[in-house]
Design a protein around this ligand. Structure first.
Ligand SMILES: *Cc1c(COP(=O)(O)O)cnc(C)c1O
Length: 374
């Protein structure tokens, strides 16, 4: 009798093996959303918008329920045109994805593989590393100066193998940014075959005269990409929606690699209304500025060191405080307040606190003050 397929396989010891790099990945640990004690938590761990999404975008989302039986528009036309008209961009070079995470992955998938290097700054966003490893490329970091991207150090780390440089501007979890002049200096000095990917996840929050989100560099060069998301100021994290603005040759590549239905119809509908509701975006931005100022003042009044932030979170350093970041985090958890431990970002003495609703910001500051005095 012939051996069954199962027996044949069992006789050899070869087991399925993942591709090189994948076993090096330390899985991303998202900001926690539950506390041990079961009290309804105050969640300040994922830089979400505490005011939620624009009511117009929520209405579009609900209306979409009637269309759930149909595939979404694979060309994302309505959303791309809405984004293009709000920001004055060329709709044909916008590519939408399931969160900017997917677009980070598509860029690395398309341009970097085994033997190639993906470069980013020391405390850069973790997904650059995870996707690089997932596609077999080597993640490389360049030291920061004062927890800020150093263009000189990035340039020193470029090698013949570098394929993509990712700069989150502002950066998460540090909250720092570099000026548009510095970004241009970086672009001008990078080899032309290297893609500069500017991740503007928090761009809408920034109110600095020397800052731009980077679309002017996309327009002026054949090798710069700008990434944006609906997860932060637009309050649509759960929908998973992001976009990339690219030179034509790069949008062409990303459109070949992406799945035709990578963005759901509900996301396309809600996203278009969210981006068009610029009054609401402005309201959230102003709210955040006031709330951020409050939180930073409270923390510094307690003698804690905070790093300057232009985004919707603040990085607090407990290195010189009476209590460690770990002990403080533990205490907050017990009170049902969840902040972000940033040890995985190489910042073991720090906690990252997202800006929440007014009463949540009061609660986290009161709790930290109470703990430091105890
Ligand atoms: C939150 C964040 C993103 C956005 O991720 P999505 O996949 O769009 O939710 C991208 N980059 C940085 C730096 C972020 O902090």
């Amino acid at each position: 009798m012939p051996k069954s397929a199962t027996q044949a396989v069992n006789n050899t010891v070869a087991l399925p093996t993942p591709k090189p790099g994948i076993l090096d990945i330390k899985a991303y640990v998202a900001g926690k959303s539950k506390t041990a004690t079961g009290v309804t938590p105050i969640k300040l761990s994922s830089n979400e918008n505490p005011l939620g999404a624009s009511p117009k975008s929520l209405a579009a989302y609900v209306l979409h329920a009637a269309k759930l039986g149909r595939y979404p528009d694979s060309g994302h036309v309505e959303l791309r045109e809405a984004i293009a008209s709000v920001y004055g961009l060329d709709a044909s070079r916008i590519v939408c994805g399931a969160g900017s995470d997917e677009l980070i992955g598509l860029l690395i998938h398309s341009y970097a593989g085994l033997g190639d290097e993906v470069l980013y700054s020391q405390h850069g966003f973790l997904m650059y590393k995870i996707y690089a490893q997932g596609f077999g490329a080597t993640p490389v970091t360049a030291p920061e100066v004062n927890l800020t991207t150093s263009v000189d150090n990035i340039l020193k780390a470029v090698t013949a193998k570098t394929k993509i440089v990712f700069i989150a501007n502002p950066n998460n979890p540090t909250g720092s940014y570099i000026s548009s002049e510095e970004m241009k200096r970086l672009r001008d000095a990078l080899p032309s075959h290297v893609i500069l990917a500017i991740d503007g996840a928090y761009a809408e929050y920034v109110d600095m005269p020397d800052y731009t989100a980077g679309s002017e560099l996309v327009e002026a060069t054949p090798n710069t990409v700008m990434l944006r998301t609906f997860s932060k100021i637009h309050g649509l994290s759960s929908l998973r929606l992001g976009w990339a603005y690219c030179p034509a040759a790069i949008s062409d590549i990303l459109n070949r690699v992406r799945g035709p239905f990578n963005v759901s119809g509900a996301s396309l509908a809600a996203g278009a209304e969210a981006v068009k509701d610029t009054d609401y975006t402005e309201t959230v931005k102003l709210y955040n500025q006031n709330a951020l100022n409050y939180t930073v003042k409270r923390l510094t009044d307690m003698g804690l060191h905070t790093y300057p932030s232009v985004a919707n979170f603040v990085l607090v350093d407990f290195a010189k405080a009476k209590k460690s970041s770990q002990a403080t985090n533990q205490f907050l958890m017990e009170k049902g307040i969840i902040v972000r431990d940033v040890e995985s970002y190489g910042l073991p003495t720090c906690l990252r606190i997202s800006i929440g609703k007014d009463e949540e910001n009061v609660a986290v500051c009161d709790a930290i003050e109470q703990f430091l005095k105890a």
